[in-house]
Write a protein that binds this ligand. Sequence first.
Ligand code: BF8
Length: 648
Amino acid sequence: MSDNKLRSIDGATVELLDKAQKENISTVFARADEIKPCPIGVEESCCKICAMGPCRMPRSKKGEEKVRHGVCGATIETVVARNFARKIAAGTASHSDHAREVVETFIKAAKGEAQGFTIKDEVKLLEVALDFGIEIEGRPAKDIAIELGEKAMLEFGKQSGELVYIKKAPLKRQEIWRKQGVVPRGIDREVVEIMHRTHMGVDQDYEHLIQQATRTALADGWGGSMISTDLQDIMFGTPVPTVGTINLGVLKPDQVNIIVHGHEPLLPELLATASRDPEIKAMAEKVGAKGVNLAGMCCSANEVLMRHGIPCAGNFLQQELALVTGAVDLMTVDVQCEMQGLQGVAECYHTKLITTSDRAKIEGATHIEFHAKTGLDTAKKILKMAIENYPNRRHEIYIPNYSQDIVAGFSHETINYLLGGIFRASYRPLNDNIINGRIRGVAGVVGCNNVRTQHDSAHIAMIKELIKNDVIVLTTGCAAMACGKVGLLTPEAAREYAGAGLLEVCETVGIPPVLHMGACVDNSRILVAATAMVKEGGLGDDISDLPAAGAAPEWMSEKALAIGQYFVASGVYTIFGTTWPTVGSERVTRHLFEELEETYKGKWAFEMDPIKGAQMMIAHIDKKRKALGLEKARERVLFDMAMRRAMA
Ligand code: BF8
């Protein structure tokens, strides 16, 4: 067995890793072997916010017995909480700066100033306009959209008051947030305040720091991310279940292969449109290719997959390996989760790496900036560059024979429609199936890949354990792609992997047991779905009452921590795997893992074993079922299904 099978459960990844090693090409996997995690950094026991340090304050062998202080007197609690809060600020800033770009483009699209963009979903436009308190009666869509864009933009710079979307949460949740003083005022204000409070000599009380981290994370989930999802839906269409294909086998040896990688779906949308232009196809044929093959990578992939069925080449740890096929003529990257190592790999082949955002350049890559006014021209220019690069292929092409059909695009609106039907769109059937026990509960399993664990394996082990136990899984980001690659995103997967109760529901409705809800900003869809379940009735009056839990078993990015913190503050029990960034302080860890539950009814947990993690989630779901008085219903259903199976 190749050693690389220990690094990934995905065959395409293993084959290309073998190839990269043979060709002596540096990838994230090789670099991870060369660089071991810093033992002090991994505990977050290092303070480098002033020039009197850095102060290294590792745990003593006897745990917390030794009192640890930095040069300024900062306690280890302050240092660890500061580091944690800064990560949440960075995660929130990332999702929200993405949202800002979307809002700017949205306003231009509404004014007719964005090439190739219009308002596609007028129903959602009206819904979101109402959320923002905008008058819709008798007004043209264009005017409503301009006002919506302008009001959404104000959410970033607001100095006081509350974010508009806070009112979408269950009333009980809003009360908790107000009582705790964590309702975000403006998105940017909360991020800036963390940066201020974590400057040398400002906020030096770990609970107070975590409180601001919570307010900032809420500004992500119920602010930036939600704005991003909603306005993207209005511009590009709200996703509906769409059939697609995933894994590196989607690359074509005889076509011009272009990969869109990153997070903002703006340019990828235009590339999708422009790649269908007959002129582009003719150009490709002129250079000897059979056409242009557009594929996605990371969250950009999720966006164009859900809305256009554009194939998905893979998730985070596959980005460099895609280039190792020798078949990628051009890759565009915008923002977030793009490894600098890409340029080095691109140089080993003929691939052109193009940076497209004004916020991100990579040394050595070609920079072609995307601007909404000229977006379609830029898209065409990039496609032409890719086509011109096709004859420059100088290596033998090797595309692993792995691709898998999937169904993606389960927005909140779609779940509503699928379960209730067009005339009575509703979460009632979902709630009823939870109440009667066919579905035991709901789990959100989301997040990244992390090279410190076997690629994709924790996602799949955890999710299989959950669905086997009748827990329906909602997924986004790289977790969703991991599911796709092993066939969990097909209705047929229910028969193979789901428990009897969940299988019955999936077969009746025709859905997979794992629902792909989009990119990482689309975790906001999970918040909206959870709120809809609460509002539908019968499952308590707050998100924390739902038999539900969340997890990111292979997380690595700061965005994941912001997501986790807003789920916890929204009342969700949330388990992370891989590593935990507050182990340097037992008090801070206890605060996050135990004390937060007293106020927010949600808390963090850390578990490296994904099966154990799934069992912890199931135990939590059962605890919530019991609190709702539902445990008896489930016992009855299980008996019925066992009987039915015995009869089959
Ligand atoms: O936002 S899941 S590795 S690609 S951070 Fe990045 Fe993590 Fe993937 Fe998308 Ni999300």
